[in-house]
Write a protein that binds this ligand. Sequence first.
Ligand code: ATP
Ligand code: 4MY
Ligand code: MG
Ligand code: MG
Length: 319
Amino acid sequence: MRIKGKKFDGEGGEEEEQKLVVGYALTLKKKKSFLQPEFERLACKKGILFVAIDVNLPLSDQGPFDIILHKDYRQTHPEVIVIDPPYAIQHLHNRQSMLQDVVDLNLSDFHGRVGVPKQMVIMKDPLSIPDEVAKAGLKLPLVAKPLVVDGSAKSHELFLACDWSSLSELEPPLVLQEFVNHDGILFKIYIVGDAIKVVRRFSLSNVNQCQLAKVPGIFPFPRVSSAAASADDANLDPRVAELPPRPLLERLSKELRHRLGLRLFNIDMIREHGTRDIFYVIDINYFPGYGKMPDYEVIFTDFLLTFKKKKCRAISCED
Ligand SMILES: Nc1ncnc2c1ncn2[C@@H]1O[C@H](COP(=O)(O)OP(=O)(O)OP(=O)(O)O)[C@@H](O)[C@H]1O
Ligand SMILES: O=P(O)(O)O[C@H]1[C@H](OP(=O)(O)O)[C@@H](OP(=O)(O)O)[C@@H](O)[C@@H](O)[C@@H]1OP(=O)(O)O
Ligand SMILES: [Mg+2]
Ligand SMILES: [Mg+2]
């Protein structure tokens, strides 16, 4: 709380207000989607000031900051709260390691079951893919995803592979994941510290074996579950629309927060077609598009203010 502002105390006097200075190192695209005017205004009213970090200058020449928000920023400053640790963020940059904690968690009988689709990594040699996939026992259709997620558009270019021979056209390194029929609805679970918000998005329709035989090849995925595909107000079959049980979401989020060591991420989850309580986590994103999370302005502001409280407590302990 390095920057002091003036605030009227209501009795004609002025009270010194301590600003919470939040430095951010985010791409222009992320800045635009996250730092929306209404959010910045609310945060400012609550004493939070956002300041851009110049990644070309040493951090020690900038600030001082109370909190640093970043997605791919590696440097730290000892007294600053850095949200979140770079090594923990990196764990989500790889589509294989990102789901490992869900597997380890083994949530098999807690208001439902949560797993991950069968998947394998292909590092090189596209010609060997059909054999390797057959050996691993994966079933078609498969979703091919770039192994590394680095925020680039390319790392979000996915393909649906519908026959064996076309698999050799794919470009390693990639993850091949079994496509799970889920009635075209995806649940996006946003985490901001202890807060959880879940929304519905439209996703890919079910694929049946007949369609598979008729349409061999590999098909680029449309960005089906992006914001434009919100399904919250759609007239859906209630069995499909039903959100995953709250206790399950709370347990999953809490466990992943601890296991991943992260506070800002979202989880993409689908319900297996024809079931009520079999779920799959297919993707976890660090610092996702919070601009699309309902009430994100208030939730994010409250989250940042918890650090102000913690910091004040720490200072009064030192006194
Ligand atoms: N195994 C799967 N089974 C069924 N549908 C899937 C599967 N994997 C991905 N999808 C569909 O494809 C979409 C994109 O996949 P995924 O979320 O893994 O990609 P991404 O590029 O990481 O997306 P994001 O923009 O959320 O980061 C999902 O939202 C879902 O609609
Ligand atoms: O592009 P969108 O608005 O859909 O948001 C996406 C966000 O882009 P942003 O940078 O604009 O926030 C992506 O970040 P990068 O990997 O590209 O850095 C990634 O986190 C997606 O998972 C987000 O989709 P969501 O999971 O929230 O639907
Ligand atoms: Mg996703
Ligand atoms: Mg993703």
